[in-house]
Design a protein around this ligand. Sequence first.
Ligand code: SF4
Length: 394
Amino acid sequence: MNTTDTRHDLSIYIHIPFCERKCLYCDFLSFSAQSGQIDEYVRALSKEIELYGAEFSGFTVRSIFFGGGTPSFPDEKLICGLLEKIFDCFVVDDRCEISIEVNPASAMKEKLIAYKKAGFNRLSIGAQSMSDTELKRLGRLHSSRQFLETFENARSAGFNNINVDLMSAIPEQDIDSYRETLMKVITLKPEHISAYSLIVEEGTPFCDMELDLPSEEVDRKMYHETKKLLSEHGYFRYEISNYARRDGGAAHSFECYHNKVYWQRGNYLGLGLGAASMVNNVRWSNIRDMKTYIEALSRESKTGISKIRTDVQKLSVSEQMEEFMFLGLRLVRGVSTEEFKRLFGRSIFDVYGNVISKYQKMGLLELYGENVFLRLTDLGLDVSNTVMAEFLLG
Ligand code: SF4
C-alpha cells in the first residue's frame, strides 16, 4: 500500500451474507437464504454500488474483496455481475487486487473459471483443517478431499494468488494433527496462509456445548508451530496471523493489499448487509436487517444510502492516533514515526513516550531503521493484546 498520498484511494468490500448451513462456531452475519432472497439482495446491492459509485467518482479503487458468508454459494453469474457493476460504476485501477472467499463445498470448477474470467485475481479458500473429523466437529460442510479438488481447480482456472484459511485450537485437536494440517497445506504452496485460533463466541452453538478445547499451553504451542513451520517453508509473517510467500524478494510479496488497508487505516467502503466502512476518518456501518436493506435500495430513490447507514462517527484526533497504533502494530513492520508526525503534527514520543519506553525496557517493543519505525518484537507479538491496549488514550 502506498503511504504517500492515499486520500483518494479506495478499497471495496462486498458482503454476501448467505451460507448453505451455519457452522457451529460462526458469529459472522450469515444465514441460509429464503426463496428468492438472493436475487432480491443482489439487486439491492447492485443499486448500492451504483449510488456509491456516483458519490465516490473522485476515488480510484485499488482492491475489491468479496467476503461473507459464502460468496461461492450464490450462482456465479450473480457474483460476476456484481463485479462487473463495480467496474461500470467506479474507477478501478488496472492492477487492482480482486479477491473472493470460497468454500470448497460450493466452489465448483465452472464457478472458479467464471470468477477468473470476470476479473477476480485472488482466491481465498476456507480450508480450516485437513482432518475430516475436525471439519465435522466445526460443522463445516466440506471434506479435506473437496478442499484439495478446489485448490487444484483454482490453479487450473489460472489463479496464481491463493490464500488458505486455517484454524487452530479446534476441539480435541492435538499438536500432531495441527502440524499435519499445516504440512499438507504447505505442500500445495499457496501464496498466502491465514492462521487463526478458534475463539468461542457468545451466541454461537459452540458457546452452549461442552467442548474439549486444547489447553492454553497447547494453543500457544500451535501458534509457535505455525510461525516455525511456515518460516521454514518460505513464508514471511507480515501480520500477527498472516503469512505470505515472497517469491523473488520483497518486491514480489503476496501480502494481501486489501487487509493491509484495514491495518494501515486506508479508505474502505463496505457494501452489503452489515458491512463497515471508513473513509477519511469517518466510520459507519450498514444496517443488519435484510428486509429494511432491500426495501431501502429497491426504489429508484437516491436516498437509499442514507437509509441504510448507521453509527456514523467522525473520529477524533485521539481516536485516530489510537487506531494508528493498535492497528499498525499488528503488522510485523510496525508503524512509521514519521508517518505519525505527518498525520497528526506531533511526535509519537510526545504522545506515547511513556508506553514506548516501558515496553522497550521489557523487550516487547523496538525502534529500528534509524528510529523511523516502531514495531513489536517477536515476544511483543506473542502478547500483542496487552501491549496494544496501552495505546488507548482515553
Ligand atoms: S461458511 Fe463461513 S460465514 Fe458461513 S457459517 Fe461457516 S464460518 Fe460462517
